[in-house]
Design a binder for this molecule. Structure first.
Ligand SMILES: Nc1ncnc2c1ncn2[C@@H]1O[C@H](COP(=O)(O)OP(=O)(O)OP(=O)(O)O)[C@@H](O)[C@H]1O
Length: 513
């Protein structure tokens, strides 16, 4: 019966813990997912993933086991102490002094374990970060023969981690031996003082036996409280950051629903935009940029690397908020619009063509706000010059995308197909042709021409490209230099101007000659 009840209770604790861990992970995932992008510029991936995993388990232990054990042993110990005082107060006092010494060591040990747990979580996160980075860049590591170096980086963090564990074990050893020493001292004192008391007739032998039993009970209760206390402190130390992250408020853009317009024309105004990345507040990235993009206009942004081209589109996607100035979409400030509604109407192809680990078709459909047929998926793939190579894959559109299966250019064409499929009112191509070969670039140019000439396909396009040959046909080319717009016009006008654009164009012609 006893076993059954104990088993049932453990089972209940197990289930409660499981539910708690699940709820905490959900809440943490939610809190992280709804953060500003700038939050992820400052937090390490390894740290966040380890918080999502092990730390939640630590927190649940606090509620599931440690608190329960502490409460139980405090009640037991207090009962034993009262009984000891009834039996013999001088003996009880000496036991109490020893228990107080044990409690003091327990508090110090608990504080130490709290700090050590926090540190070990941080070091685990750093080690995870190195491992994650190495495996995601394994080709670069191989190509440069840096396996040993990366192993060394990983080992360094593991070394620090094992030092913390070693010190934790030593602290535990000290705490255990103090317990043993003090426990045996109680018995020696009890036998000595108790023996004298029996000889002088103040207590009986039966009372002394009871006393020794109860003092053992008291001291063991103190030990259990101490043991659970240090494990509680460990859990608290490891979970401080979890609670901090769980308390994060969602980004402003998810808090208010915002306005939905009847139709998005695709008029974009950047008005006196200045911007610094929150993680590098000292460096101005955009300085008083003003630019109007008209509905259905194809605007290309060119300029040297690091001049702020991608940052400008990041602000239009509201991944970051401008430090100064404002962005208007169809005359409405971006901050007033329903961001989900707006993003559904924007097609975006980013610089790094990374796909999800799902089949090709699902990758193309990803984020499409409406139901799409297989024919529509194929249509989008054809527009992006991806249909042919997709058909040559083992399972065609059903092939599971693996990072090593597709080339950079192929991944980029799938990303273009994804953007085209949602028939966006604003199409943003950031460096979309950088990884494409000359033939594919020709097809992208064809898409741009289609967008420009086909009456039902017209839309606002913002294209950033290093290959100036891709953007020659744009209605307008904006040239940026160190966060400012320095030139504006069509290809011929800019060439005649003989400024930065002309120099870049000449440099590229010379390079390809
Ligand atoms: N997340 C970030 N945090 C801090 N600084 C950043 C971040 N992203 C970009 N920067 C910095 O902002 C500046 C402009 O970067 P941006 O990517 O907008 O330039 P770009 O003109 O698009 O360059 P490229 O043509 O090489 O892509 C650079 O100096 C870059 O180092």
């Amino acid at each position: 019966m006893q076993v059954n009840i104990f088993g049932l209770r453990s089972c209940c604790f197990g289930i409660a813990n499981m539910i708690l861990v699940r709820r905490m992970r959900e809440k943490l995932y939610d809190a992280l997912l709804l953060q500003d992008i700038s939050f992820f510029d400052e937090e390490t991936v390894g740290d966040l993933t380890s918080r999502l995993g092990a730390d939640c388990q630590q927190v649940s232990r606090v509620f599931g086991t440690d608190l329960n054990m502490i409460a139980r042993n405090v009640v037991q110990g207090t009962g034993a102490l009262i009984y000891l005082f009834i039996l013999s107060w001088p003996l009880a006092l000496s036991t109490l002094v020893i228990c107080s010494a044990l409690a003091t060591i327990m508090l110090i040990h608990g504080q130490y374990q709290k700090k050590a747990a926090k540190l070990s979580q941080e070091l685990t996160a750093c080690a995870n970060e190195v491992a994650q980075e190495t495996f995601s860049l394994v080709r670069t590591v191989r190509a440069y023969g840096m396996e040993k170096h990366e192993f060394g980086r990983y080992i360094k963090w593991l070394g620090l981690l094992s030092n913390v564990y070693l010190r934790q074990s030593m602290a535990f050893g000290f705490w255990s031996s103090s317990f043993n020493f003090l426990y045996h001292s109680t018995q020696v004192i009890a036998v000595l003082i108790g023996g004298i008391s029996i000889i002088s007739g103040r207590i009986t032998a039966e009372q002394l036996t009871k006393f020794i039993l109860y003092s053992e009970w008291l001291i063991y209760s103190t030990w259990w409280v101490g043991d659970n206390w240090s494990s509680l402190m460990q859990s608290i130390g490891a979970s401080e950051k979890v609670f901090l992250l769980m308390d994060l408020l969602p980004s402003n853009q998810f808090l208010s629903p915002g306005r939905r317009l009847q139709k998005l024309e695709g008029h974009v105004d950047f008005v006196n935009i200045s911007f610094r990345y929150p993680s590098r507040l000292m460096v101005p990235v955009l300085r008083q940029v003003s630019l109007s993009v008209h509905p259905n206009e194809v605007v290309a942004i060119a300029g040297l690397s690091g001049s702020g081209k991608s940052t400008l589109v990041n602000l239009l996607l509201r991944l970051y908020e401008p430090t100064d100035g404002q962005i208007l979409v169809d005359g409405v400030p971006l901050v007033e619009l329903d961001i989900k509604w707006l993003r559904e109407r924007i097609g975006f192809v980013g610089q790094e063509p990374r796909l999800f680990r799902m089949d090709v078709s699902s990758n193309i459909k990803y984020g499409c706000p409406r139901e799409v047929t297989d024919e529509e998926v194929e249509w989008a793939a054809k527009q992006a010059n991806a249909h042919e190579f997709i058909l040559s894959l083992p399972n065609g559109y059903g092939t599971l995308v693996d990072d090593s299966l597709l080339s950079g250019g192929q991944k980029q064409r799938i990303a273009i197909a994804r953007a085209i499929l949602r028939e966006p009112n604003i199409l943003i191509l950031d460096e979309a042709t950088s990884a494409l070969d000359a033939e594919s670039e020709h097809y992208v140019k064809r898409v741009l021409r289609l967008v420009q000439n086909g009456s039902n396909l017209r839309r606002t396009v913002i294209i950033i490209a290093h290959r100036l040959s891709t953007i020659q046909a744009a209605d307008r080319i904006i040239v940026m230099d160190r966060g400012r717009i320095v030139e504006m016009g069509d290809h011929m006008e800019l060439i005649q101007k003989d400024g930065l654009y002309a120099r870049l164009a000449k440099r590229q012609t010379d390079a390809f000659a």
